[in-house]
Design a protein around this ligand. Structure first.
Ligand code: PLP
Length: 359
């Protein structure tokens, strides 16, 4: 297997791929694949319900929330939550932490009035703003955060208390990577293709009262209450992707749950941060140390030539996806749940060796 550090779609656990392969042609003796079955069949209904139940159990999600499986990626949610929740006399507040927060804000602006609750743009988005700097405007319909900025490699270490104003989080790149108190949030959404499964399904966890407050004029498919009332089966769901999420959730369970996975993530990702910190300045982390992401490690070398060489040589040695995002450049190692400790160890060794040869 390649040492896969892709930012997304990203590595899946080998065991999950093997289980999927076993069921691929003949799903539990049905003589067909799960993706060939009706989404109204008992077999798929079981997958749908069990996947929701697993997510509820793993995150301790109460009956106060709906768990929905939608399509259109997190990018559709950027527009869908303001369409549902941003009434004309209200303000959508955004904490600006980087490229994805910016995309969410841009969509919000298309729907209604927005405000910036805090921003680290002046620091090139190298850190998460202090929670005490977050100013919630009057008439706020919600406060939106990006819990992990995939491109800059920063992550909220704790979440703001927004009192009566619903906190909405884009958790696309760190969902299920660590324990989260869901009750702090009005809504959480995530494209599946980093920590949850393949692309094609978007998970939305939304407080029931919020899901029921959509304007009457909103098209059926863009309303949360449509999907809530129909148990995510209003139209044809991305059934194979949901099936894969089901297997990934069982894999997390087999590891001992989210807390255990968080510990594994810390141990493996710190191998790479240590390689940066112990390089005497040869590698420089992009994010401030107190905002470092456990999912995306962003770093630079003093010359772009060397960065190119780093990527080239890493590819020759079986590493994939270490080039930074085109908007910030440099290097990035994405260490989602499925990336193994062994891969991170191999990368840390490669980094030390590359430095020895080029330092
Ligand atoms: N939000 C974050 C934090 C992301 O990392 C990404 C994708 O990389 C997105 C949103 C966009 O997700 P999608 O491609 O599912 O629309």
């Amino acid at each position: 297997r390649a040492y896969n550090f892709n930012a997304g779609p990203a590595a899946l656990p080998l065991e999950v791929l093997q289980q999927a392969q076993e069921q691929f042609v003949d799903y539990h003796g049905a003589g067909m694949s799960i993706m060939e079955m009706s989404h109204r069949s008992a077999a798929y209904e079981q997958v749908n319900n069990e996947t929701q139940a697993l997510l509820r159990e793993m995150y301790g999600i109460s009956d106060n929330y709906h768990v929905l499986f939608l399509q259109g990626g997190a990018s559709t949610q950027f527009a869908m939550f303001p369409m549902n929740l941003l009434a004309p006399d209200r303000v959508g507040a955004y904490v600006m932490t980087g490229s994805w927060a910016d995309k969410a804000l841009k969509e919000g602006k298309l729907i209604g009035e927005t405000a910036i609750a805090a921003s680290s743009e002046a620091d090139e988005y190298r850190r998460i703003p202090a929670l005490s700097d977050i100013v919630i405007p009057e008439r706020a319909a919600y406060v939106h955060i990006t819990s992990n900025e995939t491109i800059e490699g920063t992550q909220f270490q704790a979440f703001p208390d927004t009192k009566d104003v619903p906190l909405i989080a884009d958790m696309s790149s760190d969902i299920l990577s660590r324990p989260v108190d869901i009750n702090k949030f009005g809504m959480i959404y995530a494209g599946a293709q980093k920590n949850l499964g393949p692309s094609g399904v978007t998970v939305v966890i939304i407080r029931k009262d919020l899901a029921e407050s959509s304007p009457k004029t909103l098209p059926t498919m863009l309303r949360y209450d449509t999907h809530a009332k129909n148990n995510s089966l209003y139209n044809t769901p991305p059934s194979f992707s949901v099936f894969m999420v089901n297997l990934v959730l069982k894999w997390i369970q087999s590891k001992g749950g989210v807390e255990q996975v968080a510990e594994l993530n810390r141990a493996k990702t710190n191998l790479i941060y240590n390689a940066i910190d112990q390089s005497g300045g040869f590698y420089k982390g992009f994010a401030h140390t107190d905002s470092r992401s456990m999912m995306n490690v962003t770093f630079r070398i003093h010359s772009e030539e060397l960065e190119k060489q780093f990527v080239k040589e890493s590819e020759q040695q079986g590493f994939v996806g270490l080039k930074g995002h085109r908007s910030v450049g440099g290097l990035r190692a994405s260490t989602y749940n499925a990336v193994t400790h062994e891969s991170c160890q191999a990368l840390a060794s490669f980094m030390a060796d590359f430095q020895k040869r080029n330092g």
